[in-house]
Every structure is written in structure tokens, then in C-alpha cells.
Ligand binder design. Structure first.
Ligand code: ADP
Ligand code: ZN
Length: 719
């Protein structure tokens, strides 16, 4: 049989997707070839398809081992909505229901059976004997990291899965997880006795999540202004303490935001109620401790906010990863204060276990470094997890912001000479205290005699911390390995100390945040109508709305305005069954809306259902070219900006790129008079830094004009 074609057809028919994501296709092929497979894919990467699709294609029953009832129920509901018969064994079922299910299984009426691992090898072994009599064609083990002690949530029940390979000889096993370091990976392979497994590791980059860190000043005010623009969207707000989740949820309610708290100390009933309301979109915001999230499959979480500092990068990444499982743009915002870091340091100390304490402290330091970072945050995260990544992701606060830079050479010289004077034997905190001329006894008396002592007293401690972090990230200083890192000089340091090399720092004040491009133009009020229809259907069927159709699907409808069933079939997420069940109802509204508003179908503009590839290295060029084309067609910069949903500054930036290549003439951007003045300023002050130029030139000159002249001088070879 031609697996390729069968798989693609089934993907469209049952799931409504016309192409595979990432490595899904290869994985599905391997499973269809009866190979054992281990799949490591980030949350939202699309793991389920890897076993659900083979299960649909194979004759027989697929067993799916999953650790959480909530997750199972969600998956089973989603499959059933797509017309795929699936069920789960559950302790809440009565004997009658279980009997019925057994009959269906015997009659080959179920394609996927979900089970908790502890049920599988229940003491009397009845279930496993029964399953052995069935035509089991595939075993999928979800959250496979639970089998490892090294993983972050070891579950002893998973150990029993070791005998699956012998109980079901010849049946392919696919193990899936979103978190596994090398040790865990090795453990999974060994403990499950996988037979010559194929291993697939996807990039853990979550390209649809934008990472931002803001200095925490008045967290509630900051939160309100963040939420202000996201009133209709669902989000999770993480706090450190149980008390603050309740406090914050109550405050938000007072300000008109439907929010509920969630933490391990609440009654089970309250927890279940709040979680359910969130899943069903009845409340938009959950304010939670980290107890919330495991097993939350809600795909339309649009943002995750941390109002307190997470303890380590692993936790932060997992929590932010709960946003945007549907692939739509989503936000991760962290409110950071150094005071939080100090507080967490105390928690990190584990009594009588200096080794463990040190590991926790180092992880906390990595987290703090992430917050203080003056470079691409995504790159830092990817590197932390051992993946290479380019230095401009175009979707973190650093990459989206144009910063003012200033000459920090003399600050750098002070810092580096302090490191020299202290013989490269002290950590950042000590050096800062020394620079600031601390009177504390912690600073050695002999050090207080040195000339460098106190030369940095004019700079606050907070600023010093940032400067040191910048010096480290720019490679002028290197922390040593080990439990108590001390700062060492690098090959680059000497140049700065001798005054041969200039160092630039970034000012905290942001000049401009460039808005991300490629905003889809969609019908806003139609989208909210569609959400309303979805909510009604969901309430009727007692299912969470995202199980009916994802936000991504509704957004496509509101964008491409399909007018009939054939057009609707081209919208991602409409398989045959969903089309038949819900298609007409949605169409009716779209057609009606289009008539009233005099709109027509835009389905022809929809590219073949291919996944959009973000982080394309050519993206900047593509987007600049788009601006150029609009400019050439006679549109003004202001019009292009409105048209593309981008700021005028961004468009000007795009266009100046074409001055260098000679496509556009500089006179389009700046008058001859001004051009000469700017040119003179550049000749006296150089073009490395924009801010001093702007300062010299004054209010009458814009950054765009300065940039244009620099570009022109480059083109002329004058720079
Ligand atoms: P994971 O289990 O890895 O967290 P899921 O299997 O829940 O991810 O998939 C995440 C989302 O991506 C779901 O909404 C799913 O329907 C969607 N998805 C998966 N594969 C595809 C695909 N090939 N095309 C479009 N959407 C997909
Ligand atoms: Zn970035």
C-alpha cells in the first residue's frame, strides 16, 4: 500500500488538515511500517496526530496510555467530534458501562482506547488478559517522561509498562513526550524495552509565542494595561503563593475581569469548577500557582503572565508553553524584579543539602540572567535547551525593540579594572559592593585601600547588575564554572582596559517597539459571532468550545469568508465529519454577514493549506519588499503603515534599506538642506551611534531622516 497517499488523505478526511507539520509525516510512516518510535516534540507541536492517524489507518485497536483523566477525556471528545470512535476506561464508569465498552471493543467498534497506566496492570491482571484477546495494532505512550526518575514528574505506575513489548509482541510502540533531557530519553528507551527505535527530536522552539520581560514596578497596574488590550482572550496568570492568586483574582474581578483562582490548597470541587469554567471559556482568566496546567489541553490560551519570578527556566518554559497550542500568535509576559530573585534565593536553600541547594541556586541564576538579558530571549532559551538558534528571532521584546545605545566605555573600564584589582577571584555582588564603596564588613579591609574602591559609587546597584550582565553577554567578562562563580577577564578585556576598544550599552528607555508584521486582516465582528455560535454548540454538547473547532479555524473563516461547503472544506480544521455536522451552521452566518457588509469570498487568496513558516531568515527582506512594492504603487508611507498594521517608523526603516541598494533615491526621504546638515553631523560624529547624532541635530530631525542619510552615504561610499 502507498502509505504516503493514504496518510495524507486520512489527515484531510478525519482531521481537516491538508499537510503535515514538522516531522509528523515521517513519524506516521515509521509507525505504519510497524517500527518502534520515540518522539520528542514541544507542547502544541502536534504529537497526537503521530499516533491517532496510524490508529485510524490500521485495522484494529490502538491503546493509548495517558497519565491524566482530564487529558484522556479531552482527547476522546476531540476524536469523537471528528467521527473517530474512541473511548477510555475509567474508575468512574459503573460495571454496566464497562460491560458495554468491552462489547464494543470485542466487536471492533473502537479505534482508540485510552487508559491510565495503573489500570492496565491492575492487581488481578484481568484487563490486560482481555486486551490480549483483541486485535491490538498499536500502543502509544503519552507523557513518556513519567517513566523516568530523572524526569520532573516520575510516576511509579509507568514502570509497569516495561512488559508491554512482551505482552503484545510485534505491536509497534510509540512513546511521546514534550520534555526529556538526555538522561530521561535514555531511560524511556530502556525502560520501555523499545525494539530498535527510531528517535525523532523536533526543535523545541515555540515560534508563535512572543517572549517579553518587563521590570516589575506596580504589578497590578502593569497587568491591567496588559489585559486592557486582551479583554476577549483567555490567559493564565501565574503567582508564587496561594494567597496572592486569590487576592489577585478578587482584584481583577473588581476591575471587571472574570477571573478565578487555582491552587493546590483549594477544595477539589472548587478546583474542578474553576478549571471547567476556564476550559469552557466561561471565565477568561485563571490566576494560579504552578499547580495549574499539567493536563490542560485548552488550545486557545492566548497569553501567560508571570507576575512573580519562576524558579528556573524549565518551569518558565513549560508554563509559557501552555499558550498558543493552536499555533496562533500568543504572548508570554514576565514581570521581573531583582527583589523577587532575592526572595527566591532563600527558598532555594535546602537544609543539610548544600549540593542540591547549589543546583537550585544556579538554576535561579540562569533565570535571572534571562530576565536581565540584553539579547534575543528566544536564542537564550533555545541555547539553554541545547539547541542552536540565530540571534534575531523577530518575536521577543529585545528583537522587536529599537534601543537607544550609549557609550559605556568608561563604565566598562571601571568594572574590568575592579575585576583586575580583585585578582579575578570574586563574584558579581562582591565586585559591585566594592565598586560602590560599600562600608560593609563583608568587603575586605585591604580592598578598601585600593584605588578602584568606590569609583562606581555614582551608579546604582541595579544598574551595575545590568552593566555586568551586558559585559558578560558581550564577552568582556566570563563567569567561572562551579558552585561559586567568580568573574574572569577574557581575550577581549585588554582592549577595553587599554582604551583601544569602545563598549556600547543599551539604555533602558525604549525608543520604538516595532510591531510584528503579517497581521491577518480578518472581520473582527464576524469572528466574535462565530465564537458565539461555537459556544452555543459546545454548551449543547457539553464540551469545551476548542474541542468543537479551534480558534485558528474560526480565524481562518473570518479571514477568507468561505461561501459554500466546498470553500469551507479548504479551511484548516474541517474534516469530513465536522464539515457535515457544523458546516452549514457556520456558513449561514458567514454568508449573511458578507451580504450585509457587501463582502465576497477571499478563499482564492488562501495559500494551499501549508503551515506558515515563521522565523524565516528572509522574513525581514520579504516584509521590506512588500513595503517597497506598496510604495512604488504610489501609496504614502502613512498609508502603507495603516495598510500593513505597522508603524510609520518601521516602514521608513524598510524603505531606507533600498536607498543603499540604489532602488530608491534619498531625496524621497529628506530635503536637500537637511541632507547637508545631517551629512556634516555624521562627518563630525560618525555614524556608529544614532542617539548622539539625534541629540546634536535636535528636534527638527527625525531618526528616519538620519537613517536615510546614513544609507545614502553608505551607497556613495562616503562611509
Ligand atoms: P501536542 O500534543 O504536541 O501538545 P497536539 O497534538 O494537541 O499537540 O496539537 C496541537 C494543535 O495543533 C492542535 O490544535 C492540533 O489540532 C493542531 N495540529 C496538529 N497537527 C496539525 C497539522 N498537520 N496541521 C494543522 N494543525 C495541526
Ligand atoms: Zn528574539
Amino acid at each position: 500500500m502507498n502509505h504516503d497517499k493514504a496518510a495524507l488523505q486520512a489527515l484531510q478526511k478525519y482531521f481537516g488538515y491538508s499537510s503535515f507539520r514538522h516531522q509528523q509525516e515521517t513519524i506516521v510512516q515509521q509507525v505504519l511500517n510497524k517500527k518502534d518510535v520515540l518522539t520528542l516534540m514541544p507542547t502544541g507541536g502536534g504529537k497526537s496526530i503521530c499516533y491517532q492517524l496510524p490508529a485510524v489507518i490500521f485495522d484494529g485497536l490502538a491503546l493509548v496510555i495517558s497519565p491524566l483523566i482530564a487529558l484522556m477525556k479531552d482527547q476522546v471528545d476531540s476524536l469523537n467530534v471528528n467521527g473517530i470512535p474512541a473511548a477510555f476506561f475509567n474508575s468512574s464508569q459503573n460495571p454496566d458501562e464497562q460491560l458495554q465498552l468491552s462489547k464494543k471493543l470485542r466487536d471492533n467498534e473502537i479505534k482508540l482506547l485510552y487508559l491510565a497506566p495503573e489500570r492496565l496492570y491492575h492487581s488481578d491482571g484481568k484487563l490486560i488478559s482481555f486486551l490480549k484477546t483483541l486485535n491490538v495494532c498499536l500502543i502509544a505512550i503519552d507523557e513518556a517522561h513519567c517513566i523516568s526518575h530523572w524526569g520532573h514528574d516520575f510516576r511509579p505506575e509507568y514502570m509497569a509498562l516495561a512488559s508491554l513489548k512482551t505482552d503484545f509482541p510485534g505491536v509497534p510502540v510509540i512513546a511521546l513526550t514534550a520534555t526529556a533531557d538526555n538522561l530521561t530519553k535514555k531511560d524511556i528507551l530502556e525502560k520501555l524495552n523499545l525494539h530498535q527505535p527510531e528517535i525523532y527530536i523536533s526543535s523545541f522552539n515555540r515560534e508563535n509565542i512572543t517572549y517579553r520581560v518587563s521590570r516589575k514596578k506596580d504589578s497590578f497596574k502593569q497587568l491591567l494595561s496588559f489585559l486592557e488590550q486582551r479583554k476577549d482572550e483567555a490567559g493564565i496568570i501565574y503567582c508564587l503563593s496561594r494567597k496572592s492568586t486569590e487576592f489577585l483574582a478578587a482584584n481583577l474581578k473588581e476591575y471587571g475581569y472574570p477571573a478565578a483562582a487555582y491552587h493546590a490548597g483549594l477544595d477539589n470541587e472548587v478546583k474542578a469548577k474553576n478549571q471547567e469554567a476556564f476550559l469552557k471559556d466561561e471565565i477568561k482568566i485563571i490566576v494560579a500557582t504552578i499547580a495549574f496546567g499539567m493536563g490542560i489541553n485548552k488550545s486557545n490560551v492566548r497569553y501567560v503572565v508571570h507576575v512573580d519570578l519562576p524558579k528556573n527556566i524549565e518551569g518558565y518554559y513549560q508554563e509559557t508553553g501552555r499558550a498558543g497550542r493552536d499555533g496562533l500568535p500568543s504572548e508570554a509576559l514576565l514581570l521581573y524584579s531583582p527583589a523577587d530573585a532575592m526572595k527566591l534565593k532563600q527558598f532555594a536553600m535546602i537544609e543539610n543539602n548544600p549540593e542540591q541547594s547549589q543546583i537550585m541556586l544556579n538554576k535561579l541564576n540562569d533565570m535571572v540572567r534571562f530576565c536581565e538579558l540584553q539579547a534575543c530571549r528566544r536564542q537564550y532559551l533555545m541555547n539553554y535547551f541545547g539547541e542552536d538558534f540565530p540571534s534575531n528571532c523577530n518575536s521577543c521584546d529585545f528583537c522587536l525593540t529599537e534601543f537607544k545605545r550609549f557609550d559605556g566605555t568608561s563604565i566598562a573600564q571601571k568594572a574590568l579594572s575592579a575585576v583586575v584589582r580583585l585578582k579575578e577571584s570574586f563574584g558579581t555582588n562582591y565586585i559591585i559592593d566594592f565598586l560602590r564603596g560599600s562600608k560593609s564588613e563583608k568587603t575586605w579591609a585591604s580592598h578598601k585601600e585600593l584605588k578602584t574602591y568606590g569609583i562606581g559609587a555614582d551608579i546604582s546597584k541595579i544598574d551595575w547588575v545590568s552593566y555586568f550582565n551586558e559585559l558578560i553577554s558581550q564577552g568582556y567578562l566570563q563567569p567561572s564554572e562551579g558552585a561559586y562563580p567568580v568573574l574572569k577577564l577574557t581575550d577581549l578585556s585588554a582592549g577595553v582596559l587599554k582604551g583601544e576598544k569602545k563598549v556600547e550599552f543599551i539604555e533602558r528607555e525604549i525608543v520604538e517597539e516595532v510591531k510584528p508584521s503579517e497581521a491577518l486582516a480578518y472581520e473582527i465582528s464576524l469572528l466574535s459571532e462565530l465564537k458565539g455560535i461555537r459556544r452555543d454548540i459546545a454548551t449543547n454538547e457539553n464540551l469545551p468550545p476548542y474541542v468543537i473547532l479551534s480558534d485558528a479555524t474560526l480565524l481562518e473563516i473570518a479571514t477568507y469568508l468561505p461561501q459554500n461547503l466546498d470553500e469551507l472544506r479548504l479551511i484548516s480544521g474541517f474534516g469530513d465529519v465536522k464539515l457535515a455536522r457544523y458546516g452549514r451552521e457556520f456558513l449561514l452566518h458567514v454568508v449573511n454577514y458578507c451580504q450585509i457588509n457587501n463582502l465576497t469570498s477571499k478563499i482564492a487568496q488562501k495559500a494551499p493549506k501549508r503551515e506558515r513558516k515563521a522565523n524565516n531568515p528572509n522574513k525581514i527582506n520579504d516584509t521590506a519588499t512588500e513595503s517597497l512594492n506598496l510604495y512604488k504603487s504610489g501609496k504614502s508611507i502613512a498609508e502603507i503603515a495603516t495598510n500593513r498594521g505597522l508603524s510609520q517608523g518601521t516602514i521608513e526603516g524598510h524603505l531606507t534599506q533600498f536607498i543603499i541598494t540604489g532602488v530608491l533615491d534619498v531625496s524621497l526621504f529628506v530635503s536637500e538642506d537637511k541632507k547637508q546638515t545631517i551629512k556634516e553631523a555624521i562627518e563630525s560624529y560618525g555614524a556608529e551611534k544614532l542617539s548622539p547624532l539625534k541629540e546634536v541635530l535636535g528636534e527638527d530631525f527625525t531618526y528616519a531622516e538620519i537613517k536615510a542619510v546614513i544609507a545614502w552615504m553608505r551607497k556613495e561610499g562616503a562611509l
